[in-house]
Design a protein around this ligand. Structure first.
Ligand SMILES: NC(=O)c1ccc[n+]([C@@H]2O[C@H](COP(=O)([O-])OP(=O)(O)OC[C@H]3O[C@@H](n4cnc5c(N)ncnc54)[C@H](O)[C@@H]3O)[C@@H](O)[C@H]2O)c1
Ligand SMILES: O=C(O)[C@H](O)COP(=O)(O)O
Length: 526
């Protein structure tokens, strides 16, 4: 049975799902050295933001197949190191969206009405109404940096509170921003005009210290800044200095450059600063959502199925996966088949996506074809995560073409592999949406479902050849399950595709090639 380590606190709903397929150990608060010591035993690791999954930990995780982040941000995981090792990294892109957006809204209102300090003062026994005069958010300008899932929900709620919305997000269109009720502006304008600035961007090299002494100087003295995204987007010392100097009015932070927050100027500031300990996703609802979402993906990967939200499998989002799932198996089977027909070292793989597969969405099929191609060499070590890297490292050039005009089936995939021993090609399609069929081998039309053991011959189409091959296989006790000939012209060259019940015994291929009329023979195991 597989083993899963859960190293941060995760809702029981997730543990229950994992327990269906694995032994689950929950060990929170491990030190890096302790994690390195035990990670080698586990097939999967499930975390939140509390566990830093470094390259060292990934290298020690020799059995790891998947790292599941029960949340959005994977900046605590060395994703490139995991990718190199073929480890799938998954997250829950939407499970805590509402929770994080509502926390940002709560921060805006709490800052405006001094709720934390007013509450503390009443609890201390005071009744001080004059020190806590607030400000209304109605008709104030909210500047949203990052108009993704969380930023968009913040926009919807803020709009309902009567706020004017500005947004900066270089990756979304003006039309999309307008749909959400935001005016898309340049960052400087947002800094200059906003009464509240809320950050909903990932931490990247471009966004690190986006809020610094220079950008803070552009803001209104009445501006308040909210960060429920990632620590490090704000330069904390510069923020504390700006608030102390009255350059901006305040800040509410849920995330910090270093967590847990150590000694910090920010702690010494008064009611103009609110600090929460990374609580954005900490609602009962969000924790159930993310735990289920990620546990299901870990379960699927441990069962050999693809994950719906892998961050290191390009282009394979949940909707795409749903649509492509049956074709992924087709691509893998064809990759495996063409690799075995080509034999030797493959140097070029041509992947032609035809008919309804001729869209950009089908890119994961190229990865699946490479996974199949490399299977003979790498076996279980190759997967959707590392197939492209492994192919590149082996010097396999991948040429991808799309042809929507091919209409013999809804969608067909054509692979051509050129290697040290020559060029071979296969084409396949799905029948009845699920059943894989080979529709062409080396340019000869056929229509056969692939089977575990197959034999292909290239021969002259002439009387008696099928009988001779049948007798030869019979003499070696090889049972033929099905056979089909593909030819372009009568008595010309032809291909024979045979499904056989057992692997071909050693040496029989040489005998087959000796049959008059047979020029070549290939055996494959799929
Ligand atoms: N505090 C918490 O507990 C908590 C909870 C959930 C998510 N988060 C964090 O919130 C952030 C946003 O999450 P999301 O789910 O909305 O992500 P998302 O991917 O849906 O949205 C991020 C948006 O930022 C935009 N963006 C990227 N780079 C940018 C840049 N340089 N300038 C402006 N915009 C840029 C993207 O185009 C995208 O629209 C993430 O950092 C996530 O880790 C924090
Ligand atoms: O990226 C996220 O999902 C949030 O930062 C939540 O982090 P958490 O799971 O540690 O609460």
């Amino acid at each position: 049975m597989s083993k899963v380590l859960v190293s941060d606190s995760i809702d029981q709903a997730g543990i229950d799902i994992l327990s269906q397929v694995a032994t689950v150990d929950v060990k929170t608060g491990l030190k890096p050295a302790e994690l390195i010591e035990i990670i080698g035993e586990y097939d999967a690791l499930m975390i939140r933001s509390g566990t830093r999954v470094t390259q060292e930990i990934i290298e020690a995780g020799t059995q790891l197949k998947i790292i599941g982040r029960a949340g959005v941000g994977v900046d605590n995981v060395d994703v490139p190191a995991a990718t190199r090792r073929g480890i799938v990294v998954v997250n829950s892109p939407e499970g805590n969206t509402i929770a994080a957006a509502e926390h940002a809204i709560a921060m805006i209102l709490a800052l405006s009405r001094h709720i934390p300090d007013a509450n503390a003062s009443v609890k201390r026994g005071a009744w001080d109404r004059n020190s806590f005069i607030g400000a209304e958010v109605y008709k104030k300008t909210l500047g949203i940096v990052g108009l993704g899932k969380i930023g968009s929900h913040v926009a919807a709620v803020a709009k309902a509170m009567g706020m004017k919305l500005l947004a900066y997000d270089p990756f979304i269109s003006t039309e999309r921003a307008e749909q959400i009720g935001c005016q898309l502006v340049e960052l400087d304008l947002l800094f200059q005009q906003a009464d509240y600035i809320t950050l909903h961007i990932p931490k990247t090299p471009e966004t690190t210290h986006l809020i610094n002494a220079v950008t803070l100087a552009k803001m209104k003295p009445t501006a308040r800044i909210i960060n429920c995204a990632r620590g490090g987007i704000i330069e904390e010392n510069a923020l504390a200095a700006a608030i102390k100097a009255g350059k901006i009015a305040g800040a509410a932070l849920d995330v910090f450059e270093s967590e847990p927050l150590g000694e910090s100027e920010l702690r010494s500031l008064g009611k103009e600063v609110i600090l929460t300990p990374h609580l954005g996703a900490s609602t009962t609802e969000a924790q159930v959502n993310v735990a289920i979402d990620v546990a299901e993906q870990i379960r699927d990967v441990l069962l050999g199925l693809p994950a719906r939200s892998a961050v290191n499998i390009p282009g394979l989002g949940p909707d795409v996966l749903e649509e492509l799932k049956p074709y992924m198996q087709l691509a893998e089977t064809l990759g495996n088949l063409v690799g075995q027909l080509a034999g030797g070292r493959v140097e070029v793989l041509n992947v032609r996506l035809q008919g309804e597969l001729a869209t950009n969405k089908s890119q994961p099929l190229v990865v699946a074809a490479l996974k199949g191609l490399l299977y003979q060499a790498l076996r279980e070590r190759v997967n959707y995560v590392n197939a492209s890297i492994e192919a590149k490292e082996r010097g396999i050039r991948v040429i991808e073409t799309r042809d929507a005009s091919v209409r013999d089936y809804a969608g067909t995939l054509h692979l051509e592999a050129t290697g040290t021993l020559g060029t071979h090609s296969v084409t396949g399609a799905l029948l009845g949406e699920r059943e894989i069929h080979l529709t062409d081998v080396d340019g000869f039309p056929i229509n056969v479902p692939p089977s575990k053991y197959m034999l292909f011959t290239l021969h002259r189409d002439m009387p008696g050849i099928i009988g001779k091959l049948g007798s030869l296989l019979g003499s070696f006790n090889v049972n033929i399950a099905s056979m089909q000939v593909g030819r372009k012209i009568v008595r010309g060259d032809a291909v024979m595709a045979l499904s056989i019940d057992d692997p071909l015994p050693e040496g029989i291929l040489d005998e087959i090639i000796k049959v008059p009329g047979i020029r070549d023979a290939y055996t494959v195991t799929l």
